[in-house]
Design a protein around this ligand. Structure first.
Ligand code: SF4
Length: 259
């Protein structure tokens, strides 16, 4: 059974959600002109957001780009989606990798299994392979666009669709979509998606830090499954989406769950 067969289950107001997301992208980019870039993790939500940018006409302009953080620990199935995106939308995806010197120093500090033995070591790895490249990806951008959804985690449930971070904006156009909406959109538009989703990987990150989940497990249970939350970092987060931000659009109540 494919992920589409399993999860395609739209909310009653699915059409409104799609229209609202496109309108939000267009209105935000009109009001806040300049360079915008989508953080595409090559998971289900992010292929949806890239297609919404296409529908909104944003990918036709040189002001909107798509980037991938290639940590050099991604699954081959994940990386193969880059070519599919470039082909479908006639774009050049910006790919950011960690600096060689920083990786060499990291490997000296953190042994192969170190990320499983110490949260500090795991965050060190995330910092070198994700956070530092993210800084380069976001340099000079007015704002970035994500595929965050409220129902992904408690941390994300309080996000706003448009936020002001310290130096740039953050747009979350599918914040109120359900997992069923994401898969209905993928099926409706025949989007290429990561085949790991067909193998019970709802949330996909680096290969050493992602596993399949079982029936009844939390959506992000397969990410950093050996860790628990602490005062430095919420569980199931690498730091990309835990920066302080001020809502610019009033938080809405979560939409009606899928039927
Ligand atoms: S998710 Fe795992 S492998 Fe990827 S950067 Fe973080 S610790 Fe390293």
């Amino acid at each position: 059974m494919s992920a589409v067969d399993l999860y395609d289950k739209p909310s009653n107001n699915f059409s409104d959600l799609v229209n609202d997301s496109i309108a939000l992208i267009q209105a935000t980019q009109l009001k806040h002109a300049g360079a915008w870039t989508q953080a595409n993790s090559l998971g289900a939500e992010d292929v949806v957001v890239t297609h919404l940018l296409h529908m909104a006409g944003a990918l036709k302009t040189s002001d909107t780009s798509v980037f991938v953080l290639d940590t050099q620990r991604l699954h081959a199935q994940t990386l193969s989606l880059i070519a599919a995106l470039e082909h479908r939308y006639a774009i050049s995806v910006r790919v950011f990798q960690p600096q060689v010197e920083q990786v060499l120093a990291l490997v000296k500090r953190v042994a192969d299994n170190g990320i499983y033995e110490s949260k500090a070591h795991r965050l060190d790895c995330c910092n070198v392979r994700k956070m530092q490249p993210l800084t380069h990806a976001l340099a000079g951008q007015v704002g970035w666009i994500t595929g965050l959804r409220r129902e992904q985690s408690n941390t994300r449930s309080v996000a706003s669709s448009l936020e002001q971070e310290t130096t740039r904006l953050k747009l979350n156009p599918i914040l109120d979509w359900t997992w069923g909406d994401v898969w209905h959109f993928i099926a409706q538009h025949q989007l290429a998606y990561n085949p790991l989703h067909d193998a019970f990987f709802p949330s996909i990150g680096c290969e050493p830090c992602t596993r399949a989940i079982s029936v009844g497990e939390d959506f992000r249970a397969g990410r950093w499954w050996w860790e628990s939350s602490d005062s430095h970092m919420p569980a199931k987060e690498c730091g990309l989406h835990v920066q302080a931000a001020t809502p610019l659009v009033a938080a809405t109540t979560p939409t009606e769950q899928s039927t």
